[in-house]
Design a protein around this ligand. Structure first.
Ligand code: NOJ
Length: 530
């Protein structure tokens, strides 16, 4: 198989990218944690699904406190996942199947096990070793400011000599000081290292976090914002990163854009087409668009689609804003519904039959829009969020806050059989997060044999999308079809989504695909050729 040629467009512009959460995709050695060899062995699944690219979450040497997002060495492979040779084999195997490879870059923070941080701890306040991180004296007995960690509690930890260091995430993830040229140099070398090994792109973790407001001032929160912050923290269904008070001195500072300009120069100078996609939880599409200006990142995840409620007007609003923001900077939009940080979308949409029906319909709707789509492993199986018992919690967010965290969307995939490990690893493997006993009917093996399954639906949807992804063009015309319906036309394709509770008539045309049994039924999307 050769890579899809989307009529000469850059490969990433229309791509469907599949996120592999390495710990939970496939475990070749039976230690309960997924690995490189496991991914390589299961590449045919991705080829059959019909994706264009694979994004692999961090596999670098790491103490795994944040399951890989705490990197101790940016240019290696953790023995837990294999070796650099295994990485080469994986990249080669993917390329042979026409699948591009995106790796995850974590520039906002290192692990506390990174040699730089160890050197910082071993050196005195004011030393060049400390200047790679954000060490500050405290205020009286307390931390230098009032910032909170995304994982709960203060964003500062005190070291024995009395200084504090900043960590916007776990205490073992110290934030780097991006005003320090050494930090910039190091990451430019890291980009070069993986480009040399043949990767096609980078997913940039916390892309909006690298710089902090000068002077690290207190975050100014109004009483209403304070109350709202507490509510968001309490609500298991709200994504903390999606809530934005007016003053955010730790996010989205203007200096960050210069970093992406320098990375873009590196990527553009590479002899083949290479890309970067940013994870930036900014407050709106307009601020997100700044990250994808022509000389910055190629793409950024559009989390506004993911956070929209099940509502036609909310979807229409996101579509309009996304397309106009992308157009304002000449970039191509992206669409995403799930990833390893959020509740799986069938569950967000209500769970059970209703949730799954809506999930299939919203997936089809995003796949009909111009730009590229990011899928998260397991959504092609219709997996729901798993209620992981507290004694099995692994996520630092859960362990720091005492509330269910992100483990429920990270449960290892079911491939075959009727009992755990469902082919995730060799028989007898104990997966690092327990799998439900009810997953037998959801395995790849079971669903591949059933034309009505979610897997078969995804395969048909991706194959059909391939036919119109470029020919339908980039212009989207939203049609007025009533308050509960989203209908848009793109070239000779019409996508119709009924978010209401009563059936509606779909526009005239040849039905290409329907997310459920009946076009126009509630919670159903339909693609028509007109
Ligand atoms: C975003 C990643 O997706 C998430 O899993 C991680 O915990 C944080 N960044 C910190 O790196």
């Amino acid at each position: 198989m050769r890579p899809t040629d989307y009529r000469g467009a850059p490969w990433w512009k229309h791509a469907v990218c599949y996120q592999v959460y390495i710990r939970s995709y496939a475990d070749a050695d039976g230690d309960g944690v997924g690995d490189m060899a496991g991914i390589t062995a299961r590449l045919p699944h991705l080829a059959e699904l019909g994706v264009d690219a694979l994004w692999i979450t961090p596999f670098y040497p790491s103490p795994q406190n944040d399951h890989g997002y705490d990197v101790a060495d940016y240019c290696g492979v953790d023995p837990l996942f294999g070796s650099l040779d295994d990485a080469d084999l994986l990249f080669k195997g993917a390329h042979e199947l026409g699948i591009r490879v995106i790796v995850d870059l974590v520039p906002n923070h290192t692990s506390s096990e990174h040699p730089w941080f160890k050197a910082a701890l071993a050196s005195p306040p004011g030393s060049p070793e400390r200047a790679r991180y954000l060490f500050r004296p405290g205020r009286g007995d307390g931390p230098p400011n009032n910032w909170k960690s995304v994982f709960g509690g203060s964003a500062w930890t005190r070291v024995p000599d009395g200084e504090w260091y900043l960590h916007l995430f776990d205490t073992t993830q110290p934030d780097l000081d991006w005003t320090n040229p050494e930090v910039r140099e190091m990451f430019e070398q890291v980009l070069g290292f993986w480009l040399e090994r043949g990767v096609d792109g980078f997913r940039i973790d916390v892309a909006h976090g690298l710089f902090k407001e000068r002077g690290l001032p207190d975050q100014r929160l109004t009483p209403e914002e304070l109350a709202r912050a507490a509510e968001v923290e309490e609500d298991d269904n709200e994504t903390v990163a999606a809530w934005h008070p007016a003053h955010e001195p730790m996010w989205d500072q203007p200096e960050v854009h210069e970093v992406y300009r320098s990375w873009r120069r590196i990527l553009d100078a590479w002899p083949a087409e290479r890309m970067a996609v940013g994870e930036a939880w900014t407050r709106d599409q307009a601020s997100l668009a700044r990250y994808i200006r022509p000389d910055e990142l190629h793409q950024a995840f559009n989390f506004h689609w993911l956070t929209a409620p099940w509502s036609a007007s909310a979807f229409r609003d996101v579509i309009t804003r996304t397309l106009s923001a992308a157009e304002s900077v000449g970039a191509s939009p992206t669409w995403v519904l799930s990833n390893h940080d959020v509740i799986r979308h069938p569950t967000r949409y209500g769970g059970g039959t209703v949730g799954l029906g809506r999930a299939r319909a919203s997936t089809m709707t995003m796949l009909a829009l111009p730009g590229s789509a990011y899928l998260y492993q397991g959504e092609e199986l219709g997996l729901e969020e798993v209620d992981v018992p507290p004694e099995a919690w692994q996520d630092p967010l859960a362990l720091r806050t005492g509330k269910a965290g992100r483990d429920g969307c990270r449960v290892p995939l079911p491939w075959s059989g009727d009992h755990s490990p469902y082919g995730f690893g060799p028989e007898g493997t104990v997966p690092w997060i327990p799998q439900p006993t009810t997953w037998g009917a959801l395995t790849v093996e079971a669903q591949a044999a059933d034309p009505g399954s979610t897997l078969s639906f995804y395969r048909r949807a991706l194959a059909t999308r391939r036919e119109f992804a470029t020919s339908a063009g980039d212009d989207v015309e939203l049609l007025d079809a009533g308050p509960d319906v989203v209908t848009f036309r793109r070239g000779d394709l019409v996508c119709h989504l009924n978010c209401g509770v009563t059936p509606v008539e779909v526009p005239p045309g040849r039905v290409l695909l329907c997310s459920g049994p009946t076009p126009g039924a509630p919670d159903t999307a339909t693609w028509l050729r007109v």
